[in-house]
Design a protein around this ligand. Structure first.
Ligand code: 13P
Length: 289
């Protein structure tokens, strides 16, 4: 698949029923752990930065670090701007050199969401960006370890409506759709089963590339089922943050006098690598470069 776009990888994933996990990072060491796992598993990689991640990282540094690792490893590594809430923020990401854009217009009324998403698609094409992701039904939760809290109880209205999904895709021209079928942002004490039936209904409307947000904390078997039904991308953030930060805290506890980052951070890189290897296994992207 050398020289192929992210959309080409999604097409292949859809055909062969596997998915790319999107690994959200906000520093070079998290990215290093992701890359080391990709090299070991010979998996294509999709890296993401939320507005918060990119605020710390800066879009330009994220693009340049990904470019560095692509050259260094020869792996296909793509960079997506996750949950961009406005046209302007996504235009800045496109100018910086991102490969994919996610316009999260779920807080806008539907028609306004569609209008902005359409403009984002037009702008993205000018920058040769192959994938724009749209969203109109918000995935609840927060990007944190909430394992002391019960998951919010979902009702029928919370799930993505398949008729609206088809209309949204047709009018906006986005390539992929973030759907709400029961995954939640963050890790909660409880989980609810995914609404696989709803996922099937959405896929039956001819929507080719479905995206799940809130990968962390979702039972493995349910994720695998969802991938069989047309999910080509699963976003993962909290798992990587927990792995990175817990390992860093452990390093600091074990070596209270240590001050050199190069002695404190390797454990974090290794912890992220392990989590990423697990996700690559769940999504089935091993040996898909
Ligand atoms: P988690 O933090 O639950 O893995 O969700 C990540 C996500 O959906 C980023 O868009």
């Amino acid at each position: 698949m050398k020289g192929k776009s992210l959309k080409d990888y999604f097409a292949n994933a859809r055909k062969e029923k596997w998915a790319l996990a999107q690994f959200n990072v906000s520093c070079a060491e998290q990215l290093q752990g992701v890359v080391e796992a990709g090299v070991q598993a010979r998996s294509p990689l999709l890296v993401g930065t939320s507005e918060g991640d990119a605020g710390f990282f800066t879009p330009s540094l994220a693009v340049n670090l990904v470019a560095f690792w692509k050259k260094e490893t020869d792996l296909p590594i793509f960079l997506n701007f996750d949950h961009g809430k406005s046209y302007e923020v996504l235009e800045r990401a496109a100018l910086a050199g991102y490969d994919a854009l996610h316009f999260d217009g779920s807080r806008f009324p539907l028609e306004e969401n569609i209008t902005i998403a359409k403009r984002v698609v037009e702008m993205a094409r000018k920058h040769h960006i192959s994938v724009v992701e749209g969203e109109f039904s918000e995935v609840p939760g927060g990007h944190s370890d909430l394992h002391n809290q019960e998951a919010p109880v979902l009702t029928d209205q919370d799930y993505t409506d398949s008729v609206v999904a088809a209309e949204f895709m047709k009018k906006s021209g986005v390539d992929t759709l973030a759907v709400m079928v029961g995954t939640l942002h963050g890790i909660f004490k409880t989980t609810q089963p995914l609404n696989i039936k709803r996922l099937q209904e959405i896929a039956l409307r001819g929507i080719q590339f479905l995206v799940l947000h809130g990968g962390s904390g979702t039972p493995e078997q349910e994720l695998k089922e969802a991938i069989q039904e047309g999910v080509v991308k699963v976003n993962v953030s909290t798992d990587l943050r927990v792995a990175f930060t817990n390992a860093l805290k452990e390093s600091m506890r074990e070596n209270p006098a240590e001050i050199a980052p190069y002695n404190l951070l390797p454990k974090s890189v290794a912890a992220v690598k392990q989590v990423v290897l697990t996700w690559i296994g769940i999504c089935g992207s091993v040996n898909k470069i």
